[in-house]
Write a protein that binds this ligand. Structure first.
Ligand code: ADP
Ligand code: ZN
Length: 607
């Protein structure tokens, strides 16, 4: 059986091996267990429930929350030669009738359907006349109120086991929290389910987090310069920021579209469509731009501000690099983001847990540790590598402050020494030894620690204070944002705990880092003919437009990259390229081979 499923994977998908847990999940489905599979975004969940449908008799039913996603998946399946259909409110009456006919004929191997449509008497009747080997609940976390995308319609899915006695149900999600997991199992009434939980780590992502400077526009532009011609999302905290940043970037020639819930429906949908069909490469958005972003070649995600939880950070950065190629995540955060979220939480009466999660996110932003390790550990998994080689900390870009503990101690002493009655501005003035009206008035220039951090800029000290707050050694509270020392902070004074701090980098060091980043990014394209890659991209666009589907459905960047590296000469070579299965070889084979040949001819005439 293991041979058989690998054969199917190669024949239709053109992949030569399984990813982590795919084989296990598929075997478990083949052996008629109920299953729950949790894999990160890009982990390859779809293949797990699509492969068995090609072997088992009947029509497998896939419940999916998003209409646009269904269409993409079905387009893709048809393109690799699999009988698939979708049924949802986007179909016209005529189309719906045609699809229903096809479903009744029993020829459809995979039927995608929205929960509302599934639960109509009419559809249930049709399905009862068919052989249905199993139901798949995609994005299963939507069933849970603890998840971030709760959908009331998903609750109806509890009825599947009752309506179809004995049928197997397979749940898939990327959300791994215990609460959500338990909820999925209970709601769907899975029976002795086999559960597979993949690693949350995404090794192809590089994470960087930097303090925001002056609104961040300059930092965003510098980042965009590193990613010319590539696709990316810029996430903002507020709608107004989306509009501002989008306009500023367009004015500078970085063509982009905005996306947020305040835009008229038509415009918002159009902008998303433009991004998904690769008509535009940059989208500036609030978190409203979320599920259904299936474009697999998103090469970078920029957070123009800090998200409100590590879960959100993980979700949003997760949209980068679904195709498995190296991709880059940048965040420009500020203590002000923390305060903005607190304010929003207060207004919306958010509970303790929202505040706690925000604190953890801020902590994550400011503590100098390996980002991959932090994320894995946050989600309850260990991280094996001592150096990930793909985060700002491990790449030695954050500039850990030598003698961090001494600085921390001085600052905490300072806060304590002014009786915990002043804010960060005043405390940093005291520590660097400035004279201000306040300092004279309170006689703080006579304190023993006045000027203890002389030589440091006030900005640097403010940054250290922010880091100490984020790491919960200091607390900021009250109307005047007064600083006080926490219990953890007292342990720093006694020498029990040694905090780690980062310093603001000098210009030269920053320039050096940028140069290194540029070299690494260029090396992602090192083995290929860049010209060929670009012309293949255009060709793919044209093919996709003709079929009215997004380019990445025709083939992924990884396929184009391999084409531009290996330059296949004949169908046999081409069949060995990643992502080229039998149907793609038949439909696009000649076209791709011609493109490679033409490119090589043209190159020859240059010499
Ligand atoms: P998920 O739904 O888990 O986010 P997808 O099913 O969309 O992930 O798959 C993500 C990407 O990984 C797709 O571009 C797919 O082509 C690729 N992929 C899936 N399985 C494999 C595999 N076994 N080998 C190579 N690529 C794969
Ligand atoms: Zn690291």
């Amino acid at each position: 059986m293991k041979n058989k499923i690998l054969q199917v994977l190669t024949k239709y998908w053109g992949y030569d091996s399984f990813r982590e847990f795919q084989e296990e999940a598929i075997m478990s489905i083949m052996e008629s267990n109920d299953t729950l599979t949790i894999l990160p975004t890009g982990g390859g969940k779809s293949v797990c429930f699509q492969v068995p449908a090609m072997i088992l008799p009947g029509t497998a039913v896939v419940i999916s929350p998003l209409i646009s996603l269904m269409k993409d998946q079905v387009d893709f399946l048809k393109d690799i030669g699999i009988e698939a259909e979708y049924f949802n409110s986007a179909l016209t009456a005529v189309q719906a009738r045609e699809v229903a006919e096809k479903i009744r004929s029993g020829k459809v191997k995979l039927l995608y359907i929205s929960p509302e449509r599934l639960m109509t008497d009419w559809m249930l009747e049709i399905l009862k006349t068919l052989q249905v080997p199993y139901f798949v609940i995609d994005e299963a976390h939507c069933i849970s109120q603890w998840g971030h995308d709760f959908r009331a319609e998903y609750r109806q899915l509890s009825a599947i086991k009752r309506l179809f006695p004995g049928v197997k149900v397979h749940a898939f999600t990327a959300t791994a929290t215990e609460e959500v997991k338990k909820d999925i199992l209970a709601q769907l009434k899975l029976e002795s389910p086999h559960i597979y939980v993949g690693k949350v780590d995404r090794p192809n992502l590089t994470f960087r987090m930097t303090e925001r400077e002056e609104g961040g526009i300059k930092q965003i532009i510098e980042t965009l310069k590193l990613h010319e011609k590539e696709a990316g999302i810029i996430y903002c905290l507020k709608r107004a920021d989306v509009d501002k940043i989008s306009e500023a970037l367009n004015a500078k020639g970085y063509i982009n579209l905005p996306y947020h819930a305040g835009l008229p429906d038509v415009e918002r949908k159009r902008n998303q469509e433009q991004f998904l069909t690769e008509k535009v490469n940059i989208i500036v958005a609030t978190i409203a731009f979320g599920m259904g972003i299936d474009r697999s070649n998103i090469r970078f995600v920029i957070h123009a501000a800090m998200p409100k939880s590590v879960e959100h950070y993980q979700q949003e950065t997760g949209r980068a690099g679904r195709d498995g190629l190296p991709s880059y995540c940048y965040m420009f955060y500020s203590g002000a983001d923390y305060r903005t979220w607190e304010y929003i939480f207060q207004k919306s009466f958010s509970g303790q847990s929202a505040h706690r999660k925000l604190g953890e996110m801020y902590n994550f932003s400011t503590v100098p540790v390996c980002r991959h390790r932090f994320l894995s550990e946050y989600f309850g998994q260990s991280y094996p590598k001592p150096n990930c080689n793909s985060c700002d900390f491990c790449l030695d870009e954050v500039g850990t402050l030598p003698e961090s503990d001494k600085f921390a101690k001085s600052i905490i002493e300072g806060v304590f020494g002014v009786d915990e009655r002043f804010g960060a501005e005043h405390v940093s003035n005291v520590l660097v030894g400035n004279t201000t009206e306040g300092i004279e008035k309170w006689g703080h220039h006579t304190l023993p620690f006045y000027g203890r951090l002389k030589g440091e800029t006030k900005r640097a000290v403010r940054s250290m204070i922010d880091q100490l707050i984020a790491q919960r050694f200091l607390r900021r509270s009250g109307e005047y944002l007064t600083l006080s020392v926490t219990d953890e902070g007292m342990k720093v004074l006694s020498g029990e705990v040694n905090p780690k701090l980062t310093r603001i980098l000098e210009k030269e060091k920053k320039a050096e880092i940028k140069k290194k980043q540029k070299i690494t990014l260029e090396s992602d394209y090192a083995n290929m003919e860049l010209g060929l890659f670009e012309s293949l991209k255009l060709l793919r666009r044209a093919l996709a437009d003709k079929k009215n589907m997004p380019a990445y459905i025709v083939c992924s960047d990884r396929t184009l990259k391999e084409l531009a590296e290996k330059k296949p000469k004949n169908k046999e070579d081409l069949g060995n390229i990643f992502g080229i299965g039998e149907a793609k070889l038949r439909d696009y084979g000649e076209i791709f081979l011609n493109a490679v040949r033409e490119y090589e001819e043209k190159e020859k005439t240059h010499y």
